[in-house]
Design a protein around this ligand. Structure first.
Ligand code: BEZ
Length: 212
């Protein structure tokens, strides 16, 4: 069955380019991103894995651990990493799961046979420190993902986990937020001392609460 938001991220133990990993133990108290790529030595995947290596400082700043997966074996991953580092001018600095028996890919429903046979699609799972799934994305093999969007979503998820706010369309870190409808105006005055502006009773904006 498909994994839904709020579900516990299924645990597994798998071989990776950084040794054997028990997923939940490896996550610890961190946020996590698990993302699949269809196949080693393919062009779009090469750019994606290089991009993730380059944004690692941004991920670390947000307390996010990243792990990639494909159904290719470990020796293939190891040799492909050389190509990624060379062509993308970076150093892959996170584990890649080898899943030749498709155990993890099946557990996470990453194989969509009507789209591509025998490989994973481009799945993303963002997992909170409580091990619950906070976001899922599925892209086709032909379309590389926007990793700036993943950073943006992590910012929104971390903010809304801490404060009674939601984020409007195209929100970016530092922009005004929406006060959640369950908060009435009296409570809003206490929770949001910077104030708020009411466009409609159900549409109230406040400066991002965790920014000075
Ligand atoms: C790619 O990463 O370029 C790719 C992988 C599988 C199918 C098509 C493209």
């Amino acid at each position: 069955m498909a994994i839904r938001l709020g579900d516990e991220a299924p645990n597994f133990t798998a071989e990776t380019t950084e040794g054997t990993i028990n997923f939940h133990e490896w996550l610890g108290d961190s946020w996590g991103i698990l993302f699949s790529h269809p196949k080693d030595f393919t062009p779009v995947c090469t750019t994606e894995l290089g991009t993730v290596a380059k944004i690692m400082p941004e991920l670390k700043r947000r307390g996010v651990k990243v792990i990639a997966i494909s159904v290719d074996p470990l020796d293939s991953h190891r040799s492909w990493i050389h190509d990624i580092n060379e062509t993308q001018c970076t150093t892959v600095n996170y584990p890649i799961i080898a899943d030749p028996d498709k155990k993890v890919a099946t557990l996470y429903d990453m194989i969509h046979p009507n789209a591509i046979d025998n490989m994973t699609v481009r799945s993303v799972f963002i997992i909170g420190p409580d091990k619950k799934v906070k976001l899922t994305l599925t892209y086709p093999a032909s379309c590389g993902r926007n990793f700036d969007e993943l950073l943006r979503v992590v910012d929104a998820l971390q903010l809304t986990a801490q404060y009674k706010v939601a984020t409007p369309a195209n929100w970016k870190d530092g922009e005004d937020c929406i006060i959640t409808p369950s908060v009435d105006d009296e409570e809003a005055k206490t929770l949001f001392p910077k104030g708020f502006r009411t466009v409609k009773p159900y549409l109230r904006y406040t400066p991002q609460p965790n920014k000075v």
